[in-house]
Design a protein around this ligand. Structure first.
Ligand code: BG6
Length: 492
């Protein structure tokens, strides 16, 4: 599919996301030939900049984040970029934008197709679409799509209000709420592994699956993001979006067709079956913790409380582990354990499906050697799938030997790979919304999360524990699994 001619407006064009992810992603689409010459990008922010300065900036970002990119190619790419200083709360600014876009429509024969990418402070997520409509900018012959970064609200009421505001200017079909985990190669692959292989689909249920674990651990700390992170914490930063998205992908029913609405319908049904906790259940099934000082690669790193711009009394969690229940025919009785945190021992995202033991314990004589079958989906840094089986070592022995059948997609050397963004922007330009979150998904995920937030709010001290930086989280997270006779499978 080739991308139709269009103008892309990036609000927040001088920010970190634009530099690290969006420019490199667009460049990839360009150099792979998906985007031909008929496109323009308008960068918007409050800074005073000329087109030339902005193009230099774009050039620098590609050079930095795309090793091996050719100078001439980058220059040609950057020549499609224009800059506009805007106060996004003033009407007048939108008139300037309209004028610029109209002239770019002519120069690049875009047919009025426009994509607006909101990569700036969430407080403007409602304001911008409202002005885009009221000032007539969305009133062209072509399509109008809007991409909204996270966070989409901070609880259900705020998300609902934001959504109402955006829907007054854009149709639901044209609203692309981004969750970059859905752009990851192996997250998209879950569906293919499941529905493309009869051997898995037939055992993908509570008869054969014992439990599911999803771990997304990070080594970085809060870095310079405390002003945002202090208010969000790991629950809002990772669980409400990325972790629940992975749960949905693992647990959804097969869609009737591979169309966006079919897939999204099945995903949202998972959230409808997800058990929403009361306060007591939150205490039992959700662990929250904050990192203390510790060693990472031999260096001592500070506790969260000593990080720049963090309140020394902060109760913000940097780690969450939870035991989730999906109360439907397929999953009743199968716990979904999830955990995510900062300053953990490794940077890794992995899904582990643990299968039940067979009906007769013929080979369990040596319990230590017996391993349950595990299907691991490696999302990052390695991309692949592996299946652990039991076999026998060579020779006359009754020993068991766990063997691994594995497929490695290709190790992504660069963790900041723009790949996920590249895929998602590509989809959006083609009008494919499968891997974007629909409003009903967002609403239900907030409903689930809000109950946890309020339980913690009512009991702030009792529920926060600590873990050492460089570890895999607090003992409470281990104990939660031990109570069920389980333990966390460490990333491989
Ligand atoms: C972002 C969070 O959404 O995801 C960050 O705001 C987190 O705090 C990041 O570091 C993790 O993404 P990835 O792709 O590196 O796993």
């Amino acid at each position: 599919h080739s991308i139709p001619n269009a103008s892309i407006v990036i609000f927040g064009a001088t920010g970190d996301l634009a530099h690290r992810k969006l420019f490199p992603a667009l460049y990839q689409l360009y150099q792979k030939g998906h985007m031909k010459e008929n496109f323009s990008v308008v960068g918007v922010s409050r800074k005073e900049y000329s087109h030339e300065e902005f193009q230099k900036d774009v050039y620098g970002a590609i050079e930095e984040h795309t090793p091996g990119a050719e100078t001439e190619k980058i220059k040609k790419f950057a020549s499609h970029f224009y800059y506009l200083k805007m106060d996004v709360t003033s009407e007048k600014s939108y008139h300037d934008l309209e004028e610029l876009l109209n002239s770019l429509d002519r120069d690049y024969s875009t047919n009025g197709n426009r994509l607006y990418y909101l990569a700036m402070a969430p407080s403007f997520f409602g304001t911008i679409p409202t002005f885009l409509k009221s000032e007539g900018i969305t009133n062209t012959e072509g399509w109008q799509r809007i991409v909204i970064e996270k966070p989409f609200g901070h609880d259900l009421p705020s998300a609902t209000e934001l959504n109402k505001e955006i829907q007054q200017s854009f149709n639901e079909n044209d609203i692309y709420r981004i969750d970059h985990y859905l752009g990851k190669e192996m997250v998209q692959n879950i569906q293919v592994i499941r529905f493309g292989n009869a051997i898995f689909e037939s055992i993908w249920n509570n008869k054969y699956i014992d439990s599911v674990q999803i771990t997304s651990s990070e080594t970085l700390g809060v870095e310079d993001r405390a002003p945002y992170y202090e208010k969000s914490g790991a629950l809002l930063d990772m669980v409400q979006n990325h972790m629940l998205q992975m749960v949905m992908m693992v647990a959804m029913e097969p869609p009737g067709e591979l169309k966006p609405e079919h897939i999204r319908d099945e995903k949202v049904k998972v959230l409808r079956s997800l058990r929403f906790f009361n306060e007591e259940e939150v205490q039992k099934n959700v662990v929250r913790a904050q990192y203390g000082e510790g060693k990472m690669k031999g260096e001592t790193v500070p506790a969260y409380l000593n990080e720049d711009k963090v309140d020394p009394e902060s109760k913000t969690e940097t780690f969450v582990a939870a035991k989730l229940f999906i109360d439907n025919f397929r999953w009743t009785g199968v716990p979904f354990y999830i955990r995510t945190g900062k300053r953990m021992a490794v940077k890794s995202t992995e899904i582990v499906i643990q299968f039940k033991q067979g009906p007769m314990a013929l080979y369990h004589a040596n319990k230590e050697q017996y391993q349950p079958n595990l299907l691991r989906i490696h999302i990052q840094p390695d991309e692949g799938v592996s299946l652990t089986l039991n076999a026998k070592p060579k020779g006359d022995t009754s020993d068991l030997l766990p063997i691994d059948m594995s497929y490695n997609n290709q190790a992504t050397a660069d963790m900041n790979s723009p790949e996920a963004y590249e895929k998602l922007i590509h989809d959006c330009l083609l009008g494919k919304s499968t891997y974007f979150t629909r409003w009903d998904e967002v609403a239900l995920s907030w409903e689930f999360i809000d109950r946890i937030t309020s339980a913690w709010h009512n009991n702030p001290d009792a529920s926060l524990t600590h873990y050492e930086s460089g570890s895999m989280g607090p003992v409470e997270a281990d104990e939660m699994l031990q109570r069920d006779g389980h333990s966390w499978w460490e990333p491989t």
